[in-house]
Design a protein around this ligand. Structure first.
Ligand code: ADP
Ligand code: GN1
Ligand code: MG
Length: 351
């Protein structure tokens, strides 16, 4: 076992003696480990503090949000303080511990329609639980996180520099993004002119940020609360569809196996709208299909930006990993674009 990690883990007020520490999960941002002690299981994370520079603010957000949820009887993340009562270890490297939520699993693709419908309902309910949360106490942990036009500017700067000379390997993807740039502004504009309400949103609603009960397939807890910030409901709906309504995983290399699955889109919409249809305004409802497209094209653009800048943001397992991810997202976005009418008809039926 890694002695350095064990020393850090032992600074937290955990129960029992550490038996094992192993890498865990498929997150792209933090380094996550499963810790097993003689008494309990924990999730130990080195938090990516270049992605999240304001760690105090981030952990305060988690404190406020988890207390708010717990007061409503909702199962949520439970962090363990250090022996000197801090909610994380601060330094060049930052660490925290959560209690492992037992009897649960997270999925990297939808294996069962029912699970995805349950995920939709859970994110809808999550939105409702946060409706009375005082957003003014929240730190914006990543500035302009889903500001897609700003993401496009970042992309063009990185493309102009092309410091690894990789642009020649992804001309088709670059052209797709540039030719779609006029479609990126609807949500940021709507938030600005207030036709789209600013709500407290999760902002990273992919399926592996939910813990599903192993026995019942019901959602036990929504996790990865690092990006909870004021945002649009379209981000939360859209990001779930981007990840889940795909016949395959986010990093499937064989693009012929990557397809937008409209039945899974329908399943998620059924669950989600059963929880929020009465609280969304007309414009939000109309834009749900667009939200799915926007989050998908934005994510493709973010993966491609990271590929062009040398894989400094998302964790990667091999040199073209971000390019492979970008390709799946852009293919899905293009398929969604061609099926907007069907997607809208599904929403209309459910309202
Ligand atoms: P990242 O920001 O890198 O995505 P996450 O906080 O999402 O990190 O954690 C990565 C993975 O670890 C999750 O997808 C989930 O599988 C698992 N995980 C995180 N917290 C818990 C927890 N409290 N109990 C059980 N599993 C967890
Ligand atoms: C990251 O942290 P994780 O792996 O749950 C990213 C999301 C992306 C997602 C793509 C803070 O999510 O925005 O949509 O990867 N999180 C951050 O899979 O950038
Ligand atoms: Mg995650």
């Amino acid at each position: 076992m890694d002695n350095k990690l064990i020393q850090i883990i032992n600074k937290f007020d955990i129960e029992g003696e550490v038996l094992s520490v192993n890498p865990f999960g498929a997150g792209h941002i933090n380094k996550t480990f499963l810790v097993i002690t003689t008494k309990k299981k924990y999730i130990f994370q080195q938090i990516n503090n270049s992605v999240f520079p304001d760690m105090d603010g981030l952990m305060e957000n988690i404190k406020y949000i988890t207390s708010h949820l717990r007061a409503k009887g909702v199962e949520t993340l439970d962090y363990v303080c250090t022996k000197d009562n801090k909610n994380y270890i601060k330094g060049d490297e930052c660490y925290r511990i959560f209690v492992f939520i037992e009897g649960t699993k997270s999925y990297n693709r939808v294996e069962n329609r029912e699970v995805f419908k349950n995920a939709g309902r859970a994110f809808g309910e999550f939105q409702n639980y946060l409706a009375d949360f005082d957003a003014s106490v929240l730190t914006e942990t990543i500035k302009r996180f889903h500001d897609t036009p700003k993401r496009f500017n970042d992309f063009t700067l990185v493309l102009t520099e092309d410091k690894l000379n990789r642009a020649k390997t992804c001309k088709k993807e670059i052209d797709f993004i540039i030719s779609h740039k006029d479609t990126f502004g609807l949500v940021t504009e709507g938030l600005k002119d207030k036709t789209i309400p600013l709500r407290v949103t999760h902002n990273d609603t992919k399926l592996n940020n939910i813990l599903i009960d192993e026995k019942t397939n019901k959602v036990r807890a929504i996790i990865d609360l690092d990006t909870i910030m004021p945002g649009s409901v379209l981000y939360d709906f859209g990001d779930s569809i981007r990840f889940g309504a795909n016949d395959n995983e986010e990093d499937e290399k064989d693009l012929s196996k990557v397809n937008f699955n409209i039945d899974l889109y329908k399943a998620y919409s059924e669950g989600f709208l059963s929880a929020v249809k009465n609280s969304l305004n007309k414009k939000e409802i109309e834009l749900l299909p667009y939200g799915a497209y926007l989050m998908t094209v934005e994510c493709g653009m973010r993966f491609l930006t990271d590929y062009l800048q040398g894989d400094t943001y998302f964790a990667t397992q091999y040199p073209e990993h971000n390019l492979v991810r970008a390709r799946t997202q852009l293919k899905l976005a293009s398929e969604m674009e061609n099926r907007f009418d069907e997607m809208s008809a599904i929403i209309k039926e459910l309202i």
